[in-house]
Design a protein around this ligand. Structure first.
Ligand code: SIN
Ligand code: MN
Length: 215
Protein backbone atom coordinates (compact mmCIF):
# COMPACT_ATOMS: atom_id res chain seq x y z
CA UNK A 1 0.00 0.00 0.00
CA UNK A 2 2.86 2.43 -0.41
CA UNK A 3 3.60 2.82 -4.10
CA UNK A 4 4.44 6.15 -5.71
CA UNK A 5 5.95 7.88 -2.69
CA UNK A 6 7.50 11.31 -3.24
CA UNK A 7 8.32 14.19 -0.94
CA UNK A 8 6.24 17.35 -0.85
CA UNK A 9 6.01 20.47 1.28
CA UNK A 10 2.42 19.69 2.26
CA UNK A 11 3.04 16.67 4.43
CA UNK A 12 5.96 14.56 5.49
CA UNK A 13 5.56 11.84 2.91
CA UNK A 14 2.57 11.99 0.59
CA UNK A 15 2.15 9.67 -2.38
CA UNK A 16 2.20 10.75 -6.04
CA UNK A 17 -1.03 10.31 -8.03
CA UNK A 18 -1.37 8.44 -11.31
CA UNK A 19 -3.39 11.30 -12.73
CA UNK A 20 -4.84 14.65 -11.74
CA UNK A 21 -8.16 16.00 -13.01
CA UNK A 22 -8.79 19.69 -12.20
CA UNK A 23 -6.55 19.30 -9.16
CA UNK A 24 -8.29 16.13 -7.97
CA UNK A 25 -5.68 13.41 -7.52
CA UNK A 26 -6.46 9.86 -8.62
CA UNK A 27 -4.46 6.86 -7.38
CA UNK A 28 -5.34 3.89 -9.58
CA UNK A 29 -5.36 0.44 -7.98
CA UNK A 30 -4.02 1.64 -4.63
CA UNK A 31 -5.66 -1.43 -3.08
CA UNK A 32 -5.03 -4.85 -4.58
CA UNK A 33 -7.70 -7.58 -4.64
CA UNK A 34 -6.69 -9.01 -1.25
CA UNK A 35 -6.67 -5.54 0.38
CA UNK A 36 -10.10 -4.82 -1.09
CA UNK A 37 -11.60 -8.10 0.19
CA UNK A 38 -10.16 -7.55 3.68
CA UNK A 39 -11.48 -4.00 3.71
CA UNK A 40 -14.99 -5.16 2.77
CA UNK A 41 -14.86 -7.56 5.74
CA UNK A 42 -13.93 -4.65 8.04
CA UNK A 43 -16.81 -2.62 6.62
CA UNK A 44 -19.26 -5.47 7.20
CA UNK A 45 -18.33 -5.33 10.89
CA UNK A 46 -18.88 -1.56 10.92
CA UNK A 47 -22.30 -1.94 9.28
CA UNK A 48 -23.27 -4.61 11.80
CA UNK A 49 -22.66 -2.16 14.66
CA UNK A 50 -23.95 0.91 12.79
CA UNK A 51 -26.47 -0.23 10.14
CA UNK A 52 -26.77 1.48 6.76
CA UNK A 53 -29.63 3.98 6.69
CA UNK A 54 -31.38 5.96 3.92
CA UNK A 55 -30.96 9.67 4.64
CA UNK A 56 -33.31 12.47 3.61
CA UNK A 57 -31.94 15.63 2.06
CA UNK A 58 -32.82 18.84 3.96
CA UNK A 59 -35.27 19.45 1.08
CA UNK A 60 -37.25 16.33 2.01
CA UNK A 61 -36.06 14.12 -0.85
CA UNK A 62 -34.64 10.69 0.01
CA UNK A 63 -30.98 10.29 -1.00
CA UNK A 64 -30.30 7.50 -3.49
CA UNK A 65 -27.33 6.10 -1.56
CA UNK A 66 -27.54 4.31 1.77
CA UNK A 67 -24.92 5.29 4.31
CA UNK A 68 -23.33 4.86 7.69
CA UNK A 69 -20.11 6.05 9.31
CA UNK A 70 -17.20 5.00 11.46
CA UNK A 71 -15.19 7.33 13.66
CA UNK A 72 -15.66 9.97 16.32
CA UNK A 73 -18.15 11.72 14.06
CA UNK A 74 -20.64 10.44 11.51
CA UNK A 75 -22.10 12.40 8.64
CA UNK A 76 -25.89 12.59 8.58
CA UNK A 77 -28.56 14.40 6.61
CA UNK A 78 -32.20 15.07 7.47
CA UNK A 79 -34.73 17.91 7.62
CA UNK A 80 -32.36 19.76 9.98
CA UNK A 81 -29.63 19.82 7.35
CA UNK A 82 -26.30 18.23 6.48
CA UNK A 83 -24.03 17.83 9.50
CA UNK A 84 -21.80 15.66 11.62
CA UNK A 85 -23.36 13.80 14.53
CA UNK A 86 -21.82 12.10 17.56
CA UNK A 87 -24.24 9.19 17.31
CA UNK A 88 -25.93 6.99 14.72
CA UNK A 89 -29.53 8.14 13.92
CA UNK A 90 -30.79 4.90 15.50
CA UNK A 91 -28.81 5.59 18.69
CA UNK A 92 -25.44 4.22 19.66
CA UNK A 93 -21.88 5.28 19.01
CA UNK A 94 -20.23 5.06 15.61
CA UNK A 95 -17.70 2.19 15.56
CA UNK A 96 -14.00 3.07 15.32
CA UNK A 97 -12.47 3.60 11.88
CA UNK A 98 -10.82 0.29 10.90
CA UNK A 99 -7.02 0.32 10.98
CA UNK A 100 -6.89 -0.71 7.33
CA UNK A 101 -8.75 2.50 6.45
CA UNK A 102 -6.44 4.66 8.58
CA UNK A 103 -3.48 3.03 6.82
CA UNK A 104 -4.87 4.17 3.45
CA UNK A 105 -5.21 7.74 4.76
CA UNK A 106 -1.67 7.78 6.12
CA UNK A 107 -0.18 6.02 3.10
CA UNK A 108 -1.74 8.50 0.68
CA UNK A 109 -1.45 11.79 2.58
CA UNK A 110 1.57 11.17 4.81
CA UNK A 111 -0.37 12.99 7.56
CA UNK A 112 -0.13 11.98 11.21
CA UNK A 113 -3.48 13.65 11.98
CA UNK A 114 -6.04 10.92 11.42
CA UNK A 115 -9.54 11.51 9.99
CA UNK A 116 -12.46 11.89 12.42
CA UNK A 117 -15.02 10.40 10.06
CA UNK A 118 -15.15 7.57 7.57
CA UNK A 119 -18.43 7.96 5.72
CA UNK A 120 -19.54 4.76 4.01
CA UNK A 121 -21.84 5.22 1.00
CA UNK A 122 -23.46 2.24 -0.69
CA UNK A 123 -24.65 2.64 -4.29
CA UNK A 124 -27.08 0.05 -5.68
CA UNK A 125 -27.52 -0.30 -9.44
CA UNK A 126 -29.65 2.85 -9.80
CA UNK A 127 -27.93 5.09 -7.26
CA UNK A 128 -26.17 8.34 -8.03
CA UNK A 129 -24.83 11.35 -6.15
CA UNK A 130 -25.48 14.85 -7.47
CA UNK A 131 -22.74 17.44 -7.86
CA UNK A 132 -21.86 18.92 -4.46
CA UNK A 133 -19.00 20.30 -2.38
CA UNK A 134 -17.74 18.66 0.84
CA UNK A 135 -18.02 21.68 3.11
CA UNK A 136 -19.38 20.61 6.50
CA UNK A 137 -15.89 20.48 8.03
CA UNK A 138 -14.24 23.19 10.14
CA UNK A 139 -10.89 23.41 8.36
CA UNK A 140 -10.53 22.98 4.59
CA UNK A 141 -6.74 22.74 4.90
CA UNK A 142 -7.18 19.01 5.51
CA UNK A 143 -7.69 16.89 2.42
CA UNK A 144 -10.62 14.60 1.67
CA UNK A 145 -9.63 11.03 0.76
CA UNK A 146 -12.12 8.80 -1.01
CA UNK A 147 -11.88 5.06 -1.66
CA UNK A 148 -13.84 3.14 -4.32
CA UNK A 149 -14.86 -0.52 -3.88
CA UNK A 150 -17.01 -2.77 -6.04
CA UNK A 151 -18.66 -1.67 -9.28
CA UNK A 152 -17.18 1.18 -11.33
CA UNK A 153 -18.58 4.65 -10.70
CA UNK A 154 -18.64 7.55 -13.17
CA UNK A 155 -17.07 10.40 -11.18
CA UNK A 156 -17.83 13.92 -12.38
CA UNK A 157 -15.67 16.90 -11.45
CA UNK A 158 -16.82 20.49 -11.86
CA UNK A 159 -15.50 23.76 -10.53
CA UNK A 160 -15.03 25.64 -7.26
CA UNK A 161 -18.38 27.34 -7.78
CA UNK A 162 -21.64 25.87 -9.04
CA UNK A 163 -22.01 25.58 -12.83
CA UNK A 164 -19.52 25.65 -15.68
CA UNK A 165 -18.03 22.77 -17.60
CA UNK A 166 -17.38 19.38 -16.04
CA UNK A 167 -15.18 16.38 -16.80
CA UNK A 168 -15.72 12.75 -15.82
CA UNK A 169 -13.76 9.59 -15.35
CA UNK A 170 -14.60 6.06 -14.27
CA UNK A 171 -13.39 5.03 -10.82
CA UNK A 172 -12.74 1.33 -10.29
CA UNK A 173 -12.51 -0.86 -7.22
CA UNK A 174 -9.27 -0.12 -5.37
CA UNK A 175 -8.88 3.42 -6.72
CA UNK A 176 -8.34 6.25 -4.23
CA UNK A 177 -9.15 9.93 -4.90
CA UNK A 178 -7.83 12.96 -2.99
CA UNK A 179 -9.46 16.39 -3.00
CA UNK A 180 -7.03 18.71 -1.29
CA UNK A 181 -5.28 22.05 -1.63
CA UNK A 182 -6.89 24.18 -4.33
CA UNK A 183 -9.26 21.30 -5.20
CA UNK A 184 -10.54 20.79 -1.65
CA UNK A 185 -13.87 22.51 -2.35
CA UNK A 186 -14.37 21.37 -5.93
CA UNK A 187 -17.84 20.26 -7.01
CA UNK A 188 -18.01 16.50 -7.61
CA UNK A 189 -20.51 13.68 -7.86
CA UNK A 190 -21.27 10.22 -9.20
CA UNK A 191 -23.48 10.09 -12.31
CA UNK A 192 -24.05 6.35 -12.26
CA UNK A 193 -22.42 3.05 -11.55
CA UNK A 194 -21.70 0.23 -13.99
CA UNK A 195 -23.58 -2.76 -12.52
CA UNK A 196 -21.75 -6.06 -12.78
CA UNK A 197 -18.33 -4.51 -13.45
CA UNK A 198 -16.82 -5.96 -10.25
CA UNK A 199 -17.20 -9.24 -8.39
CA UNK A 200 -15.94 -7.83 -5.08
CA UNK A 201 -19.39 -7.43 -3.49
CA UNK A 202 -21.51 -10.59 -3.75
CA UNK A 203 -24.71 -8.52 -3.95
CA UNK A 204 -23.15 -6.11 -6.48
CA UNK A 205 -23.12 -2.34 -6.19
CA UNK A 206 -20.47 0.14 -5.18
CA UNK A 207 -19.08 1.30 -1.86
CA UNK A 208 -17.38 4.66 -1.44
CA UNK A 209 -15.50 5.59 1.71
CA UNK A 210 -14.96 9.30 2.36
CA UNK A 211 -12.36 10.15 4.99
CA UNK A 212 -12.37 13.60 6.53
CA UNK A 213 -10.96 15.63 9.39
CA UNK A 214 -14.08 17.22 10.87
CA UNK A 215 -13.09 19.72 13.58
C1 SIN B 1 -19.17 11.73 -2.38
O1 SIN B 1 -18.54 12.65 -2.82
O2 SIN B 1 -19.95 11.87 -1.45
C2 SIN B 1 -19.02 10.35 -2.96
C3 SIN B 1 -18.03 10.26 -4.07
C4 SIN B 1 -17.94 8.86 -4.58
O3 SIN B 1 -18.87 8.07 -4.36
O4 SIN B 1 -16.94 8.51 -5.21
MN1 MN C 1 -18.46 14.47 -1.63
Amino acid sequence: MSKNRVNSVDSADPAAPDLTLRGVQVFRGWLDAADQAALVEDLRNVAQAAPLFSPMTPYGKPMRVRMTSAGRKGWVSDRRGYRYADRHPGGGDWPPIPKRVLDIWHGITGLDRMPDCCLINYYDAGARMGLHQDRDEADFAWPVVSVSLGDDGLFRVGNLTRGGTTESLWLSSGDVVVMGGAARLIYHGIDRIRPGSSTLLPQGGRINLTLRVVD
